[in-house]
Write a protein that binds this ligand. Sequence first.
Ligand code: EPZ
Length: 416
Amino acid sequence: MDKYIVKGKANIKGTVSVNGAKNAGLPILAATLLAEGKYEITNVPNLTDIRTMAKLLNNIGAEIEWGDGKIKIKTNGCKNHEAPYELVKTMRASIYVLGPLVARKGEARVSFPGGCALGARPIDLHLKGLRKLGANIELKHGYIYATANRLKGTGIYFEKKSVGATANILMASVLAEGETKIQNAACEPEIAALAEFLVRMGADIKGIGTETLIIKGKEKLHSADASLIPDRIETGTLLLSAAITRGSITVEDCNPDHLGIVLDKLEEAGFQISTTENSISLNSKGPKHPIEITTNPYPGFPTDLQPQFCSLLSTIEGDSSILETIFSDRFIYTTELQRLGANLKLNENELIIKGGAKLSGAPVMASDIRAGASLVVASLYAEGKTEISRIYHLDRGHDKLEEKLQKLGADIKRVK
Ligand code: EPZ
Protein backbone atom coordinates (compact mmCIF):
# COMPACT_ATOMS: atom_id res chain seq x y z
CA MET A 1 0.00 0.00 0.00
CA ASP A 2 1.35 3.43 -0.96
CA LYS A 3 2.00 6.15 1.58
CA TYR A 4 2.95 9.83 1.53
CA ILE A 5 6.11 11.14 3.22
CA VAL A 6 5.76 14.88 3.83
CA LYS A 7 8.47 17.14 5.26
CA GLY A 8 7.12 20.31 6.90
CA LYS A 9 7.19 23.22 7.18
CA ALA A 10 6.35 23.89 3.54
CA ASN A 11 5.77 27.29 2.01
CA ILE A 12 3.17 26.75 -0.71
CA LYS A 13 3.50 29.27 -3.51
CA GLY A 14 2.54 29.25 -7.17
CA THR A 15 -0.13 28.38 -9.72
CA VAL A 16 -1.91 25.06 -10.20
CA SER A 17 -4.74 23.75 -12.37
CA VAL A 18 -7.60 21.68 -10.88
CA ASN A 19 -9.18 18.49 -12.27
CA GLY A 20 -12.69 17.82 -13.43
CA ALA A 21 -15.13 16.95 -10.62
CA LYS A 22 -15.36 13.32 -9.49
CA ASN A 23 -18.86 13.94 -8.10
CA ALA A 24 -20.07 15.28 -11.44
CA GLY A 25 -18.41 12.51 -13.44
CA LEU A 26 -19.92 9.61 -11.50
CA PRO A 27 -23.63 10.39 -12.16
CA ILE A 28 -22.90 11.56 -15.72
CA LEU A 29 -21.21 8.23 -16.51
CA ALA A 30 -24.20 6.37 -15.03
CA ALA A 31 -26.59 8.50 -17.11
CA THR A 32 -25.10 7.07 -20.34
CA LEU A 33 -27.14 3.92 -19.54
CA LEU A 34 -30.28 5.90 -20.37
CA ALA A 35 -29.75 5.90 -24.15
CA GLU A 36 -27.89 3.78 -26.69
CA GLY A 37 -25.14 5.48 -28.65
CA LYS A 38 -21.67 7.00 -28.44
CA TYR A 39 -20.62 9.44 -25.71
CA GLU A 40 -17.44 11.41 -25.16
CA ILE A 41 -16.80 12.75 -21.66
CA THR A 42 -13.82 15.12 -21.31
CA ASN A 43 -11.96 16.81 -18.42
CA VAL A 44 -12.16 13.44 -16.65
CA PRO A 45 -9.78 13.01 -13.69
CA ASN A 46 -7.83 9.76 -13.43
CA LEU A 47 -9.36 8.54 -10.14
CA THR A 48 -10.09 5.12 -8.69
CA ASP A 49 -13.80 5.94 -8.33
CA ILE A 50 -14.10 7.01 -11.97
CA ARG A 51 -12.35 3.79 -13.05
CA THR A 52 -14.71 1.78 -10.83
CA MET A 53 -17.76 3.40 -12.45
CA ALA A 54 -16.31 2.68 -15.90
CA LYS A 55 -15.82 -0.98 -14.87
CA LEU A 56 -19.44 -1.07 -13.72
CA LEU A 57 -20.68 0.23 -17.09
CA ASN A 58 -18.44 -2.26 -18.88
CA ASN A 59 -19.85 -5.05 -16.73
CA ILE A 60 -23.35 -3.98 -17.84
CA GLY A 61 -22.19 -4.20 -21.46
CA ALA A 62 -20.97 -0.72 -22.39
CA GLU A 63 -17.73 -0.40 -24.38
CA ILE A 64 -15.27 1.94 -22.69
CA GLU A 65 -12.25 3.60 -24.30
CA TRP A 66 -9.96 5.73 -22.15
CA GLY A 67 -8.06 8.65 -23.66
CA ASP A 68 -5.94 11.29 -21.94
CA GLY A 69 -8.46 12.96 -19.62
CA LYS A 70 -11.36 11.62 -21.64
CA ILE A 71 -13.63 8.59 -21.76
CA LYS A 72 -15.46 7.32 -24.87
CA ILE A 73 -18.49 5.16 -24.11
CA LYS A 74 -20.66 3.08 -26.42
CA THR A 75 -23.82 1.80 -24.77
CA ASN A 76 -25.32 -0.15 -27.66
CA GLY A 77 -24.52 -3.54 -26.22
CA CYS A 78 -25.93 -3.16 -22.71
CA LYS A 79 -27.47 -6.55 -21.98
CA ASN A 80 -26.68 -7.01 -18.31
CA HIS A 81 -28.48 -5.03 -15.61
CA GLU A 82 -26.37 -5.90 -12.59
CA ALA A 83 -23.94 -4.00 -10.36
CA PRO A 84 -22.07 -6.80 -8.55
CA TYR A 85 -20.95 -6.74 -4.92
CA GLU A 86 -17.22 -6.87 -5.69
CA LEU A 87 -17.48 -3.56 -7.55
CA VAL A 88 -20.14 -1.84 -5.44
CA LYS A 89 -18.41 -2.60 -2.12
CA THR A 90 -15.59 -0.22 -3.02
CA MET A 91 -17.77 2.68 -4.09
CA ARG A 92 -21.13 3.85 -2.73
CA ALA A 93 -21.82 5.86 -5.88
CA SER A 94 -22.39 2.57 -7.76
CA ILE A 95 -25.98 3.09 -6.60
CA TYR A 96 -26.21 5.65 -9.43
CA VAL A 97 -26.79 2.88 -11.98
CA LEU A 98 -30.03 1.88 -10.25
CA GLY A 99 -32.23 4.71 -11.57
CA PRO A 100 -31.03 4.54 -15.19
CA LEU A 101 -31.27 0.73 -15.38
CA VAL A 102 -34.82 0.63 -14.00
CA ALA A 103 -35.89 3.48 -16.29
CA ARG A 104 -34.27 2.05 -19.43
CA LYS A 105 -34.33 -1.73 -18.93
CA GLY A 106 -37.22 -2.13 -16.53
CA GLU A 107 -35.00 -4.06 -14.14
CA ALA A 108 -31.86 -3.68 -12.05
CA ARG A 109 -29.92 -5.78 -9.56
CA VAL A 110 -27.58 -3.61 -7.51
CA SER A 111 -25.59 -4.69 -4.48
CA PHE A 112 -26.14 -2.65 -1.34
CA PRO A 113 -23.59 0.22 -1.38
CA GLY A 114 -20.37 0.45 0.63
CA GLY A 115 -17.96 3.40 0.24
CA CYS A 116 -16.62 5.99 2.68
CA ALA A 117 -17.02 5.29 6.38
CA LEU A 118 -18.98 8.44 7.23
CA GLY A 119 -21.42 6.87 9.59
CA ALA A 120 -24.72 5.38 8.44
CA ARG A 121 -25.09 5.88 4.69
CA PRO A 122 -28.73 4.82 4.07
CA ILE A 123 -30.35 4.76 0.65
CA ASP A 124 -33.95 4.93 1.86
CA LEU A 125 -34.60 8.17 -0.06
CA HIS A 126 -33.36 6.57 -3.30
CA LEU A 127 -35.65 3.54 -2.86
CA LYS A 128 -38.67 5.56 -1.69
CA GLY A 129 -38.40 7.79 -4.77
CA LEU A 130 -38.16 4.82 -7.14
CA ARG A 131 -41.17 3.16 -5.49
CA LYS A 132 -43.12 6.41 -5.92
CA LEU A 133 -42.24 6.30 -9.63
CA GLY A 134 -43.79 2.83 -9.75
CA ALA A 135 -40.78 0.54 -9.40
CA ASN A 136 -41.12 -2.70 -7.45
CA ILE A 137 -38.18 -2.89 -5.04
CA GLU A 138 -37.10 -5.98 -3.12
CA LEU A 139 -34.07 -6.37 -0.91
CA LYS A 140 -32.52 -9.82 -0.59
CA HIS A 141 -29.11 -11.46 -0.22
CA GLY A 142 -27.48 -8.01 0.01
CA TYR A 143 -28.92 -6.93 -3.33
CA ILE A 144 -31.59 -4.46 -4.41
CA TYR A 145 -33.89 -6.00 -7.03
CA ALA A 146 -35.85 -3.32 -8.86
CA THR A 147 -38.37 -3.96 -11.66
CA ALA A 148 -40.86 -1.76 -13.48
CA ASN A 149 -42.83 -1.83 -16.74
CA ARG A 150 -42.61 1.85 -17.50
CA LEU A 151 -42.00 4.27 -14.64
CA LYS A 152 -44.78 6.82 -14.14
CA GLY A 153 -44.09 10.46 -13.35
CA THR A 154 -45.35 11.77 -10.01
CA GLY A 155 -44.65 14.34 -7.25
CA ILE A 156 -41.62 13.50 -5.08
CA TYR A 157 -40.72 15.46 -1.95
CA PHE A 158 -37.37 14.64 -0.31
CA GLU A 159 -37.73 15.08 3.44
CA LYS A 160 -34.01 15.79 3.52
CA LYS A 161 -31.65 17.04 0.84
CA SER A 162 -29.71 14.17 -0.70
CA VAL A 163 -27.26 14.55 -3.58
CA GLY A 164 -27.34 10.86 -4.48
CA ALA A 165 -31.09 10.41 -4.19
CA THR A 166 -31.71 13.56 -6.28
CA ALA A 167 -29.36 12.25 -8.98
CA ASN A 168 -30.91 8.77 -9.01
CA ILE A 169 -34.52 9.96 -9.14
CA LEU A 170 -33.72 12.65 -11.72
CA MET A 171 -32.15 10.01 -13.97
CA ALA A 172 -35.11 7.65 -13.47
CA SER A 173 -37.70 10.34 -14.19
CA VAL A 174 -36.42 11.48 -17.61
CA LEU A 175 -37.81 8.29 -19.24
CA ALA A 176 -40.91 8.00 -17.03
CA GLU A 177 -44.38 8.49 -18.50
CA GLY A 178 -45.69 11.98 -17.77
CA GLU A 179 -44.44 14.72 -15.48
CA THR A 180 -42.33 14.34 -12.32
CA LYS A 181 -41.94 17.19 -9.84
CA ILE A 182 -39.01 16.80 -7.43
CA GLN A 183 -39.15 19.11 -4.38
CA ASN A 184 -36.34 19.76 -1.91
CA ALA A 185 -33.90 18.53 -4.55
CA ALA A 186 -30.16 18.92 -3.84
CA CYS A 187 -28.76 22.04 -5.56
CA GLU A 188 -25.09 21.01 -5.74
CA PRO A 189 -23.35 22.16 -8.97
CA GLU A 190 -22.79 18.47 -9.79
CA ILE A 191 -26.58 17.95 -9.89
CA ALA A 192 -27.02 20.95 -12.21
CA ALA A 193 -24.23 19.53 -14.42
CA LEU A 194 -26.01 16.16 -14.55
CA ALA A 195 -29.33 17.85 -15.44
CA GLU A 196 -27.67 19.88 -18.22
CA PHE A 197 -26.14 16.67 -19.60
CA LEU A 198 -29.56 14.97 -19.55
CA VAL A 199 -31.06 17.97 -21.41
CA ARG A 200 -28.33 17.57 -24.06
CA MET A 201 -29.46 13.93 -24.29
CA GLY A 202 -32.98 15.21 -25.10
CA ALA A 203 -34.54 15.28 -21.62
CA ASP A 204 -37.04 18.01 -20.67
CA ILE A 205 -35.99 19.42 -17.26
CA LYS A 206 -37.02 22.80 -15.81
CA GLY A 207 -35.69 24.47 -12.64
CA ILE A 208 -32.07 23.30 -13.06
CA GLY A 209 -29.97 24.55 -10.13
CA THR A 210 -33.00 25.04 -7.90
CA GLU A 211 -34.60 22.75 -5.30
CA THR A 212 -37.69 22.21 -7.49
CA LEU A 213 -37.13 20.19 -10.68
CA ILE A 214 -39.96 19.63 -13.20
CA ILE A 215 -39.29 16.78 -15.61
CA LYS A 216 -41.47 15.84 -18.59
CA GLY A 217 -40.65 12.20 -19.33
CA LYS A 218 -39.63 11.13 -22.85
CA GLU A 219 -39.98 7.81 -24.70
CA LYS A 220 -36.36 7.84 -25.76
CA LEU A 221 -33.21 9.91 -25.30
CA HIS A 222 -30.05 10.04 -27.43
CA SER A 223 -26.34 10.12 -26.62
CA ALA A 224 -24.46 13.39 -25.98
CA ASP A 225 -21.03 14.63 -24.92
CA ALA A 226 -19.98 16.34 -21.69
CA SER A 227 -17.00 18.17 -20.26
CA LEU A 228 -16.86 17.80 -16.47
CA ILE A 229 -17.13 20.94 -14.32
CA PRO A 230 -14.08 21.72 -12.15
CA ASP A 231 -13.75 19.90 -8.83
CA ARG A 232 -14.74 22.47 -6.18
CA ILE A 233 -13.54 20.25 -3.34
CA GLU A 234 -10.07 19.78 -4.82
CA THR A 235 -10.01 23.56 -5.44
CA GLY A 236 -10.79 24.19 -1.75
CA THR A 237 -8.20 21.63 -0.65
CA LEU A 238 -5.47 23.35 -2.71
CA LEU A 239 -6.44 26.80 -1.35
CA LEU A 240 -6.26 25.42 2.21
CA SER A 241 -2.85 23.85 1.49
CA ALA A 242 -1.52 27.33 0.73
CA ALA A 243 -3.43 29.02 3.57
CA ILE A 244 -2.11 26.68 6.29
CA THR A 245 1.52 27.44 5.28
CA ARG A 246 0.69 31.16 5.11
CA GLY A 247 1.70 31.00 1.46
CA SER A 248 0.02 32.19 -1.73
CA ILE A 249 -1.62 30.36 -4.61
CA THR A 250 -3.60 30.78 -7.80
CA VAL A 251 -5.90 27.87 -8.68
CA GLU A 252 -6.77 27.93 -12.39
CA ASP A 253 -9.48 26.18 -14.44
CA CYS A 254 -11.80 26.35 -11.43
CA ASN A 255 -15.22 27.97 -10.89
CA PRO A 256 -15.21 30.52 -8.03
CA ASP A 257 -19.03 30.65 -8.09
CA HIS A 258 -19.08 27.08 -6.72
CA LEU A 259 -17.11 28.11 -3.63
CA GLY A 260 -18.89 31.27 -2.46
CA ILE A 261 -19.23 30.44 1.24
CA VAL A 262 -15.78 28.81 1.38
CA LEU A 263 -14.09 31.96 0.04
CA ASP A 264 -16.13 34.06 2.51
CA LYS A 265 -14.87 31.88 5.39
CA LEU A 266 -11.26 32.15 4.20
CA GLU A 267 -11.62 35.96 4.14
CA GLU A 268 -13.28 35.91 7.58
CA ALA A 269 -10.22 33.97 8.81
CA GLY A 270 -8.00 36.78 7.46
CA PHE A 271 -6.86 35.56 4.04
CA GLN A 272 -6.94 37.79 0.96
CA ILE A 273 -8.97 36.32 -1.91
CA SER A 274 -9.26 37.56 -5.49
CA THR A 275 -11.06 35.82 -8.35
CA THR A 276 -11.46 35.90 -12.09
CA GLU A 277 -14.08 33.95 -14.06
CA ASN A 278 -12.02 30.74 -13.86
CA SER A 279 -9.38 31.28 -11.18
CA ILE A 280 -9.04 31.98 -7.46
CA SER A 281 -6.00 33.61 -5.87
CA LEU A 282 -5.25 33.54 -2.14
CA ASN A 283 -2.52 35.28 -0.17
CA SER A 284 -1.87 35.19 3.56
CA LYS A 285 -1.03 38.81 4.37
CA GLY A 286 -2.52 40.32 7.55
CA PRO A 287 -3.82 39.03 10.90
CA LYS A 288 -5.65 35.69 11.15
CA HIS A 289 -8.84 35.07 13.12
CA PRO A 290 -10.68 32.03 14.50
CA ILE A 291 -14.05 31.40 12.85
CA GLU A 292 -17.21 29.29 13.19
CA ILE A 293 -18.32 26.92 10.42
CA THR A 294 -21.61 25.03 10.03
CA THR A 295 -21.85 22.55 7.17
CA ASN A 296 -25.02 22.63 5.07
CA PRO A 297 -26.33 21.42 1.71
CA TYR A 298 -25.22 23.62 -1.21
CA PRO A 299 -24.87 26.60 -1.34
CA GLY A 300 -24.01 26.13 2.35
CA PHE A 301 -20.53 25.19 3.57
CA PRO A 302 -19.62 21.79 1.99
CA THR A 303 -19.13 18.92 4.44
CA ASP A 304 -16.39 17.63 2.10
CA LEU A 305 -14.16 20.59 3.02
CA GLN A 306 -14.64 20.69 6.79
CA PRO A 307 -11.82 18.24 7.60
CA GLN A 308 -9.28 20.22 5.55
CA PHE A 309 -10.53 23.51 7.04
CA CYS A 310 -10.15 22.04 10.54
CA SER A 311 -6.44 21.51 9.84
CA LEU A 312 -6.09 25.20 8.96
CA LEU A 313 -8.10 26.40 11.98
CA SER A 314 -6.00 24.32 14.37
CA THR A 315 -3.07 26.60 13.44
CA ILE A 316 -4.90 29.93 13.94
CA GLU A 317 -4.83 31.40 17.50
CA GLY A 318 -8.20 31.40 19.26
CA ASP A 319 -11.19 29.07 19.51
CA SER A 320 -12.86 28.02 16.25
CA SER A 321 -15.73 25.57 15.81
CA ILE A 322 -17.18 23.28 13.15
CA LEU A 323 -20.79 22.14 13.39
CA GLU A 324 -21.39 19.12 11.08
CA THR A 325 -25.04 18.78 10.05
CA ILE A 326 -24.80 16.38 7.09
CA PHE A 327 -23.07 13.19 8.27
CA SER A 328 -23.34 11.54 11.67
CA ASP A 329 -19.72 10.46 11.73
CA ARG A 330 -17.56 12.92 9.84
CA PHE A 331 -15.07 13.65 12.60
CA ILE A 332 -13.13 10.35 12.43
CA TYR A 333 -10.14 12.31 11.12
CA THR A 334 -9.80 14.29 14.39
CA THR A 335 -7.98 11.48 16.23
CA GLU A 336 -5.28 11.48 13.53
CA LEU A 337 -5.03 15.28 13.54
CA GLN A 338 -4.54 15.14 17.32
CA ARG A 339 -1.53 12.88 16.74
CA LEU A 340 -0.01 15.80 14.82
CA GLY A 341 -0.70 18.09 17.79
CA ALA A 342 -4.08 19.63 16.97
CA ASN A 343 -6.04 20.59 20.10
CA LEU A 344 -9.62 19.48 19.39
CA LYS A 345 -12.67 18.75 21.53
CA LEU A 346 -15.72 17.00 20.12
CA ASN A 347 -19.18 17.47 21.64
CA GLU A 348 -21.65 15.36 19.61
CA ASN A 349 -21.54 16.97 16.14
CA GLU A 350 -19.74 20.15 17.18
CA LEU A 351 -15.95 20.28 17.10
CA ILE A 352 -14.20 22.93 19.20
CA ILE A 353 -10.77 23.78 17.81
CA LYS A 354 -8.30 25.34 20.24
CA GLY A 355 -6.14 27.12 17.67
CA GLY A 356 -2.49 28.13 17.71
CA ALA A 357 -1.26 24.53 17.83
CA LYS A 358 2.36 23.90 16.90
CA LEU A 359 1.89 20.80 14.74
CA SER A 360 4.71 18.26 14.52
CA GLY A 361 5.11 15.37 12.08
CA ALA A 362 4.06 11.81 13.01
CA PRO A 363 2.84 8.59 11.33
CA VAL A 364 -0.93 8.95 10.62
CA MET A 365 -3.56 7.05 8.65
CA ALA A 366 -6.18 8.20 6.14
CA SER A 367 -9.71 6.83 6.71
CA ASP A 368 -11.61 8.39 3.80
CA ILE A 369 -10.87 10.79 0.93
CA ARG A 370 -11.36 14.06 2.81
CA ALA A 371 -9.89 12.81 6.09
CA GLY A 372 -6.77 11.93 4.09
CA ALA A 373 -6.82 15.41 2.56
CA SER A 374 -7.00 17.00 6.02
CA LEU A 375 -3.86 15.08 7.00
CA VAL A 376 -2.02 16.20 3.85
CA VAL A 377 -2.99 19.83 4.56
CA ALA A 378 -1.87 19.56 8.20
CA SER A 379 1.41 17.79 7.28
CA LEU A 380 2.46 20.80 5.18
CA TYR A 381 2.50 22.91 8.38
CA ALA A 382 3.74 20.25 10.81
CA GLU A 383 7.40 20.49 11.85
CA GLY A 384 9.39 17.53 10.52
CA LYS A 385 8.32 14.28 8.84
CA THR A 386 4.73 13.05 8.54
CA GLU A 387 3.99 9.62 7.10
CA ILE A 388 0.41 9.22 5.80
CA SER A 389 -0.65 5.61 5.17
CA ARG A 390 -3.69 4.18 3.32
CA ILE A 391 -3.52 6.93 0.70
CA TYR A 392 -5.58 4.70 -1.61
CA HIS A 393 -8.43 6.64 0.03
CA LEU A 394 -6.95 9.86 -1.38
CA ASP A 395 -6.51 8.29 -4.82
CA ARG A 396 -10.28 7.78 -4.97
CA GLY A 397 -10.81 11.54 -5.09
CA HIS A 398 -7.50 13.19 -6.05
CA ASP A 399 -5.52 12.75 -9.28
CA LYS A 400 -1.77 13.01 -8.53
CA LEU A 401 -2.25 15.38 -5.57
CA GLU A 402 1.41 14.97 -4.64
CA GLU A 403 2.53 16.22 -8.06
CA LYS A 404 0.34 19.31 -7.74
CA LEU A 405 1.76 20.07 -4.28
CA GLN A 406 5.38 19.38 -5.36
CA LYS A 407 4.89 21.97 -8.11
CA LEU A 408 3.80 24.41 -5.40
CA GLY A 409 6.96 23.83 -3.33
CA ALA A 410 5.89 21.04 -0.98
CA ASP A 411 8.33 18.28 0.00
CA ILE A 412 5.90 15.37 -0.47
CA LYS A 413 6.75 11.93 -1.86
CA ARG A 414 4.65 8.86 -2.67
CA VAL A 415 6.41 5.69 -1.53
CA LYS A 416 5.33 2.07 -2.06
C1 EPZ B 1 -22.58 12.93 -1.98
O1 EPZ B 1 -22.75 11.78 -1.17
C2 EPZ B 1 -21.09 13.03 -2.25
N1 EPZ B 1 -20.65 11.84 -2.97
C3 EPZ B 1 -20.33 13.15 -0.92
O2 EPZ B 1 -18.96 13.30 -1.21
C4 EPZ B 1 -20.83 14.40 -0.20
O3 EPZ B 1 -20.19 14.47 1.06
C5 EPZ B 1 -22.35 14.30 0.00
O4 EPZ B 1 -23.00 14.11 -1.28
C6 EPZ B 1 -22.93 15.55 0.65
O5 EPZ B 1 -22.63 16.66 -0.13
C7 EPZ B 1 -20.82 11.81 -4.32
O6 EPZ B 1 -21.32 12.76 -4.92
C8 EPZ B 1 -20.35 10.58 -5.03
P1 EPZ B 1 -26.24 12.61 0.47
P2 EPZ B 1 -24.24 11.17 -0.92
O7 EPZ B 1 -27.18 11.62 -0.08
O8 EPZ B 1 -25.05 11.35 -2.13
C9 EPZ B 1 -28.55 11.08 4.30
C10 EPZ B 1 -16.71 12.63 -1.26
O9 EPZ B 1 -15.80 12.64 -0.43
N2 EPZ B 1 -29.27 10.19 3.38
O10 EPZ B 1 -26.34 14.05 0.03
O11 EPZ B 1 -24.05 9.83 -0.36
C11 EPZ B 1 -27.06 10.74 4.40
O12 EPZ B 1 -26.84 9.71 5.34
C12 EPZ B 1 -18.09 12.20 -0.84
O13 EPZ B 1 -16.59 12.95 -2.48
C13 EPZ B 1 -30.38 9.49 3.86
O14 EPZ B 1 -30.75 9.61 5.03
O15 EPZ B 1 -24.74 12.15 0.23
C14 EPZ B 1 -26.47 12.05 4.85
O16 EPZ B 1 -26.66 12.20 6.24
C15 EPZ B 1 -18.17 11.88 0.64
N3 EPZ B 1 -31.04 8.66 3.02
C16 EPZ B 1 -27.34 13.09 4.12
O17 EPZ B 1 -28.56 12.40 3.76
C17 EPZ B 1 -30.68 8.50 1.70
O18 EPZ B 1 -31.34 7.74 0.97
C18 EPZ B 1 -26.71 13.64 2.85
O19 EPZ B 1 -26.31 12.53 2.07
C19 EPZ B 1 -29.55 9.22 1.23
C20 EPZ B 1 -28.87 10.06 2.08
